[in-house]
Write a protein that binds this ligand. Structure first.
Ligand SMILES: [Zn+2]
Length: 341
């Protein structure tokens, strides 16, 4: 009985101190981030909610470094003080470490350099919205920034699958994405083929007739196969595994980034952030249409981002149940398409 009374008193004190506490911008942004991630998963990729977060995150601001769900390995690397965010679904801490000269928006793992924070520990790293704007002036608001962070959170989710991790590692063994970018920029025939492949995928996303869809799918697979074997014959490189791995990891993460905007479009305004976050724009994606983000589906930076994004949308359109094994069995996009034919 006595114990129960003490417990009730403690709960009451915590509750009152939480209620009296001034609203904290960092806590609010992190809580909203987790909240939106949870909604995106609920609506578009349920297994992404298997855990709130799949590995610890580092959140860089101009004043300090925050940690989210720090594990023992990270705690052994830096001194982390607890940071009290009331009612948060994640554990937030902070360190006095400051880095405003580098931009972070990535998931990192280091297998060799034992001085790195991410040594033998997958970490999501991201700069806050203010620092992000310093490096990418186009990103001016909390919601746009959040779509980028949730893209990274999805990479953390992908890395929770052993087969996916292994394949990602082995496909990067001999050369990396720069080689693919080089082919795309410097080899006319390669570039032409990729453009054709992307156009076919965009065409599939437009049409309804299932016979035509199958015709286009066959054309897509044949065009890709021809390009991959030409690289093999003329350059002596087998790029299939690397390209499949990149288009899958980046394409599905971009798809989730797009789903963040669709989710925010339907989500009601966050009144607390409206008051305390000068970077928060009320109803930012109220009238969102994918056409506003042509870079997502057109070819730009790395071609495998757009190709992978369009492939994911094709699988969605064809109602293929790919989410259940695309990472756990590490099945390539092309296998789902071949099975569909
Ligand atoms: Zn990415």
């Amino acid at each position: 009985m006595k114990k129960a009374i003490i417990l009730i008193l403690i709960t009451l004190v915590v509750f009152l101190s939480c209620n009296q506490k001034k609203v904290d911008l960092t806590c609010e942004r992190i809580d909203y981030l987790i909240d939106v991630k949870t909604d995106v998963a609920k609506n578009y990729w349920t297994d992404f909610n298997r855990k709130t977060l799949f590995s610890p995150m580092l959140y860089y601001t101009k004043f300090r470094l925050y940690t989210i769900n720090a594990n023992e390995k990270l705690k052994n690397k830096i001194k982390i003080e607890p940071y009290n965010c009331c009612n948060s679904k994640v554990t937030i801490g902070f360190s006095k470490f400051i880095d405003t000269t580098n931009f972070y928006m990535n998931v990192s793992y280091e297998g060799v350099d034992s001085t790195a924070l991410e040594y033998k520990n997958t970490l999501g790293m991201f700069s806050d919205v203010n620092l992000t704007e310093k490096f990418i002036p186009d990103v001016k608001d909390t919601e746009e920034w959040m779509s980028m962070v949730i893209h990274e959170m999805f990479h953390q989710y992908q890395r929770s699958f052993k087969k996916f991790r292994k394949e990602q590692q082995s496909s990067h063994r001999n050369f990396d994405r720069d080689t693919l970018n080089y082919f795309f920029k410097s080899k006319g025939w390669f570039n032409k083929s990729i453009k054709k492949e992307n156009e076919i995928l965009l065409e599939i996303l437009e049409i309804r007739n299932s016979d035509s869809i199958k015709k286009y799918l066959k054309d897509y697979l044949a065009t890709k196969e021809k390009r991959i074997s030409k690289v093999k014959n003329e350059e002596g490189l087998e790029i299939l595994d690397l390209e499949n791995s990149l288009s899958k990891s980046e394409g599905t993460a971009r798809y989730i980034e797009y789903c963040v905007k669709l989710t925010l479009k339907e989500k009601s305004n966050n009144n607390t952030l409206s008051e305390v976050d000068s970077k928060y724009q009320s109803n930012r994606f109220e009238n969102y249409k994918l056409e506003q983000d042509k870079w997502m589906y057109n070819l730009g930076g790395g071609y495998y981002y757009s190709i992978g994004f369009n492939l994911t949308r094709v699988l969605e359109k064809l109602k293929i149940d790919y989410q259940k094994d695309i990472f756990s069995e590490n099945k390539p996009f092309d296998s789902y398409l071949s099975e569909y034919l």
